[in-house]
Design a protein around this ligand. Structure first.
Ligand code: MYR
Length: 282
């Protein structure tokens, strides 16, 4: 039984992990000034933030075309794979997961199991890495899917943005919600609830929001071993400083620094920061 693990670019997995674990990545794209770029293939994160900063053009994002999924699944079939587990960003914020299901129905001779991470970014990556490690160790599709479902119990992510208009403009946080909550005047902490982004708490300043997120992490770190991702939108120094601070407070936690690439950056804006975690399997 040969199982392939597929994901999309919004997991923002480093290339060494992708190669070591034979993960297949399908890119989403971002369009700037009428020019479409597959993220992290045609456009790096740094290039993206440079292009759209200030009064720069308003970018738009697109899920991968179904045909791209079909091509990957056909190739995997040709390479002798029997099954695919295709892990994607939350179905509440993108049609990518639905695209994977549709494409799976179009390809005969290989079983495609799409998995809705109900989250995004490196937390999606946590699922992908676990699935790829299990596939390498010879676990079955059923065993991997059960483990992915179990991971949902301890998967958490909290994040904040510098400017909520990116999320509102892209329709991933309703205007009504933002206005009713008076969120535009504060630095709200956001999270995923039932696959969509909702405010978690209103906090006055960025510093206090980061402290509150760190406290939420500390509560879970008391209960179980964790792996944690610090995710930033073009703020590598701030992310490194936050990691040092968190690691001093929680020495038993394993930290990784990741980033919000062009697609997620389109909806969050430069300067966004987040923390996500899941129970670690040592
Ligand atoms: C598409 O066009 O299909 C992609 C839409 C992506 C929406 C992204 C919304 C923001 C997600 C934030 C994730 C934060 C995780 C810590």
């Amino acid at each position: 039984m040969k199982i392939a693990i597929v994901t999309d670019s919004t997991a923002y997995l480093p290339i060494d992990i992708v190669q070591d674990l034979s993960i297949h990545v399908i890119p989403l794209s971002v369009t700037i000034d009428g020019q479409a770029y597959e993220e992290e293939v045609d456009l790096t994160s740094a290039q993206f933030y440079d292009k759209v900063r200030g009064d720069g053009p308003l970018p738009k994002t697109s899920q991968p075309p179904i045909g791209n999924f079909v091509k990957v699944f056909e190739t995997l079939k040709g390479d002798g794979y029997d099954s695919v587990i295709s892990i994607h960003l939350s179905s509440g914020i993108s049609g990518t997961y639905a695209g994977a299901i549709q494409a799976g129905e179009l390809v005969d001779g290989i079983d495609v199991h799409a998995f809705d991470s109900e989250i995004s970014c490196y937390m999606q990556g946590f699922y992908v890495i676990r699935a790829a490690e299990m596939a390498k160790e010879g676990d079955t599709v059923e065993e991997i899917l059960v483990e992915l479902d179990n991971m949902k119990d301890t998967m958490r992510a909290y994040f904040m943005v510098d400017d909520l208009t990116h999320l509102q403009r892209g329709g991933r946080l309703s205007s009504a919600q933002a206005l009713i909550g008076g969120l535009l005047q504060v630095k709200p902490i956001l999270h995923f609830n039932d696959k969509v982004i909702v405010p978690f708490e209103k906090i006055r300043t960025r510093k206090k929001a980061m402290k509150r997120i760190a406290d939420l992490l500390a509560v879970d770190a008391e209960k179980m071993p964790l792996e944690v991702a610090i995710i930033h939108a073009n703020q590598p120094e701030e992310a490194a400083a936050w990691k040092a601070e968190l690691a001093a407070r929680l020495p038993e936690v394993k930290f990784t620094i990741s980033h919000f690439g062009p697609v997620i950056g389109t909806h969050l804006g430069e300067g966004s920061m987040g923390l996500g975690w899941v129970q670690r399997k040592d």
